[in-house]
Ligand binder design. Sequence first.
Ligand code: EPU
Length: 420
Amino acid sequence: MDKFIIKGGNILDGKITISGSKNSALPILAGALLAEEGECVIDNIPDIRDIDIMLEVIRELGAEIEYDKNEHRVAINAKNINNYKAPYDLVRKMRASFLVMGPLLGRFRQAEVSLPGGCVLGARPVDLHMKGFQSLGAKTFEGEGYIKAKAENLTGSTVYFDRPSHTGTENIILAAALAEGKTRIINAACDPEVVDLVRFLNKMGAKISGAGSTLVEIEGVNKLTGVNYKAMPDRLVAGTYACAAAITGGEVLLETADEESLQMPLMKMRAMGIDITGGNGGIVVKGPERLKPVDITTFPFPGFPTDLQACFMSMCTIADGVSNIVETVFENRLSHAMELMRLGANIKVLGDRAVINGMEHLQGASVMASDIRAGAALVLAGLCAEGTTELLRVYHIDRGYEKIDEVLKNVGADITRVSD
Ligand code: EPU
């Protein structure tokens, strides 16, 4: 298991090119299963562990895959899919593999996917996905750890989400693209990755409108075909590196970062005294002498993203005053607070709230990553802490960030990957 050794105190300076989006690439790769003929060639695929897992799932279903990691390009031929079952071994490694359920149901009218189960962020049920499939006429069965879905006829319908679910919205869109008639998703997730998926599907021949709003309408078509597509840049990776620049008081150009999808976190960064300049194909982030405190409540897009909450908490630990963070999207996404306290942070957690009393400095120590974003937040804390931070279980970070250590080293960080 790899770990990072981080010597804090270096000021970041330089340019980072933002990789393709994980949460966009994953549903797009699943969407390639819908192509009855032709090949889907997807560019800007990040070289991360979650992509490897999704490709294993898709290969298991019978698709032919060529993956050029250097070119960040995947070619998928899904003509000869001959298996409709995504097994536990793979789904347990990554919940997002549940995204193959929609395309399998849409194209073959049957699917069997292991129940993803709970995770470190909380229970994370898939009830909204299932209700959506049922609205389209699928019969669903649960047993022996699997969810099976079958549909004699998959028919357009109105799907109501009690709350916006990001992958839930994507799964229903993926199934409804080949259903008969019109589907409407009410209270759909508005995330930019949903919009990116819909752009890809429409290029394949789908008829979907309203993506990016709370009402998405899908007019089912008979057939979809392979296309070339480029996934959007990763807004969460861009947000993380923006925080890295700011927490060290450095100045970094985030090349290809998409400013539009980062409005809310950039607004909060400005409130913390961070200088943000957009335009020219990227964002320049310049940290102040001392960060100001900030109040944040996470919310589905366009609210403040839960995926950047941990990184902002790291910044708050050295801000000049008291910050308040409320996590409303996931029931258990404040675990990084305990690890930040090991680095000397002054944080009080009360249910879904954290009150962070900013210190002059953090102090290096041994800490552990528990999920992708909590891990990234601890890297940021290590960058600004005095002394040396040893960060264990970096495989969590490798699931979502392409070579984070090399990227940060290139802009001046003292971070070393050690393999045990
Ligand atoms: N929820 C339900 N029932 C459902 C689905 C969701 O109750 O059927 C609840 C969840 O338990 C959670 C809330 O609704 O409390 C929102 O969950 P959502 O379904 O939106 O999350 P997701 O689709 O499972 C995606 C991202 C996450 C990101 C969230 C929120 C992907 C592959 N994953 O998860 O990304 O945090 O949306 O924006 O797109 C990450 O990249 O590190 C990550 C965890």
